[in-house]
Design a protein around this ligand. Structure first.
Ligand SMILES: *Cc1c(COP(=O)(O)O)cnc(C)c1O
Length: 421
């Protein structure tokens, strides 16, 4: 299990992951792609959905749909129960103490923007500093760039060591009386590096700074215990966690959320409205203006239940074993460079092949039914740090097997021949 993972008591009895059964849960894996078996190695961009997620949303629409919260009729009551039930599923999944600390958003990006704007507007001023890291996804970088520019504050950047791990000595030196907040990814979507959040949070809190964690890549791979991490905000996306698109969670510490002003305003988030002015509902409603993604919340809860049933110990053991195999097999490919070798990394492997462009390789590999990603992975500053414009990335999910890795390696051999590498 990567660093930062802790086990919930329910995971105590472990059965190893049953590859065949798990794969059968994901109907899309039966598709053939360009006449070949699909080897889906792009879960870091978006994970595939198990039937239970798809079915939960179908059933919600077919039998229970109406708008939430304001209705007195039965369907509205059922929709409200389903939506608020999903909130409690998320609270348990993340081990937050209160359901009021769970805000449904459209995804990680929306969660970052919410805090950067709502919290940032009243808490960032001239001379203040926000600390980010070299491996941040644009989603956890650009909103802080905008918020600090608006406030006359500035960004400080934590450097990486040669393996792609955060340099904690430098991190400690960057923290000071002007640090207002640290924004850090729990796991890098390019390098796979896992950040030591509990340790970084304790250091930030010592100087009175808050910690915002981008958990988009961490939550699919190991259990998140928000009370143990002690961070102040945590954002994630449903679609990377085997759930639907269009939904995510923003966790915020209750005492912080209750002091924050809304980011978006409209229906559902007010207490009282007069032409002269309005007052706000308490969290989480204050931050959920408009009709929320109800069916998506239902599907997201089904995804979290699905993962909890399998258990993160089994998922992590399976993915870590496969990560070792993937790394060993890639190292047999001539001319390969792997970016990111930090201990305890998640199943995300970025690499380059000498003399050929990642996009050309990905195109050839696709003809073999292998889905990998090529590009800057929304991390242009990190690409600059690595001295490349793009990389290839193979990322693992709980449904991947050795057969997927073998198919990738054969496809890479063909790409080298065809592209003259
Ligand atoms: C995918 C990703 C995001 C953005 O998530 P969205 O679902 O596109 O909002 C942010 N951070 C990391 C590390 C990611 O991998």
């Amino acid at each position: 299990m990567p660093a930062g993972g802790t086990l919930a008591p329910s995971d105590a009895v472990i059965t190893p992951l049953d590859e065949i059964r798990v794969r059968a849960d994901f109907p899309i894996l039966e598709r053939s792609i360009r006449g070949k078996r699909l080897a889906y190695l792009d879960s870091a961009a978006s994970a595939q959905k198990p039937m239970t997620v798809i079915e939960s949303m179908r059933e919600y629409y077919a039998e229970h749909h109406s708008n939430v919260h304001r209705g007195v009729h039965l369907l509205s009551e059922e929709a409200t129960t389903a939506f608020e039930g999903a909130r409690d599923t998320a609270r348990r999944f993340l081990n937050a103490s209160l359901a009021e600390e769970i805000i449904f958003t459209s995804g990680t990006t929306a969660g970052v923007n919410l805090v950067a704007q709502s919290w940032g507007r009243s808490n960032l001023g001239p001379g203040d500093e926000v600390v980010v890291t070299t491996f941040e996804h644009h989603s956890n970088l650009v909103p802080w760039q905008v918020a600090t520019q608006q406030a006359g504050a500035s960004l400080r950047v934590v450097p990486l060591d040669s393996h792609g791990a955060l340099d904690l000595g430098e991190y400690e030196r960057l923290l000071g009386p002007r640090t207002r907040l640290v924004a850090v990814s729990h796991a890098s979507n390019v390098l796979g590096t896992v950040a030591p959040i509990a340790e970084m949070t304790a250091m930030a809190h010592q100087v009175g700074a808050l910690v915002f964690v981008d958990g988009a890549q961490a939550a699919p791979h190991f259990p998140i215990d928000l009370q143990a991490l002690d961070c102040d905000f945590y954002a994630l996306s449903g679609h990377k966690l085997y759930g639907p698109t269009g939904i995510g969670v923003l966790y915020g510490r209750a005492e912080l959320l209750s002091q924050m002003t809304p980011w978006q305003t409209g229906g559902g988030m007010i207490q009282r409205v007069e032409f002269e002015g309005s007052t706000w509902a308490p969290p989480p409603a204050r931050f959920e203006a408009g009709t929320p993604p109800i069916a998506e919340a239902v599907g997201f809860a089904a995804a979290m239940d699905y993962l909890s049933r399998i258990g993160f110990q089994a998922i992590s053991d399976h993915e870590q074993t496969l990560l070792t195999y993937l790394t060993e097999q890639l190292e047999t490919v001539p001319g390969i460079t792997i970016f990111g070798t930090a201990p305890g990394k998640i199943g995300v492997v970025s690499f380059g092949l000498d003399g050929v462009h990642p996009h050309d390789v990905a195109t050839v590999v696709d003809t073999h039914g292998v889905a990998v990603r090529a590009g800057h992975h929304c991390a242009q500053p990190l690409m600059r740090h690595l001295g490349v414009s793009a990389t290839l990335r193979a990322s693992l999910g709980l449904y991947n097997t050795r057969a997927d890795v073998d198919q990738l390696v054969v496809a890479l051999g063909d790409a080298r021949r065809r592209l003259g590498a």
